[in-house]
Design a protein. Structure first.
Length: 157
């Protein structure tokens, strides 16, 4: 906070109970070849301020409090030995340059995970996209060890 600013009750509440979300995919999703598909999340391990819905726009976490956030996630794909895999962060349907990770094909070692620190205004939304170039459509994996996930953590106002 800058000198002269006052601390409001909402700010103190966020310090005690910060906005955090951990979202998981438990239903497989088909991603076309050579395409970045937005990952959908049907399960919330935690969502302290209701930024995610499991029924509407299930790919999105919508910011409830402005501030700096760490946004990360992974795109888990079914085992396939061809091509590479990738994960990247999007804000308001736009890819953030530098917020992508690419890996080789395979099983657990080929699951790309990415994260980025960014400023979100109230109403901004973030998503995780997964991509691959296996030669055909590829389904996401939903096993315990390799489900696609998104993590959102408020770090500072």
């Amino acid at each position: 906070m800058d000198a002269g600013q006052t601390i409001d009750a909402d700010f103190l509440t966020r310090l005690e109970r910060p906005p955090i979300a951990v979202l998981k995919q438990t239903v497989s999703q088909s991603i076309p070849n050579a395409t970045w598909g937005i990952i959908t999340f049907d399960t919330e391990d935690v969502d302290t301020y209701g930024g995610h819905s499991t029924s509407v726009n299930t790919s999105r976490y919508t910011c409830q409090f402005a501030g700096w956030y760490r946004v990360g996630g992974r795109a888990a794909f079914a085992a396939n030995a061809t091509g590479s895999r990738g994960a990247r962060v999007h804000i308001n349907a736009n890819y953030i340059p530098g917020a992508a990770t690419l890996t080789g094909a395979g099983t657990l070692s080929g699951i790309p995970q990415t994260d980025h620190i960014l400023y979100l205004n109230v109403g901004d939304y973030v998503e995780i996209a997964g991509g691959h170039n296996s030669g055909g459509a590829l389904s996401t994996a939903v096993t315990f060890e390799s489900a696609s996930m998104m993590y959102v953590e408020w770090i500072h106002a």
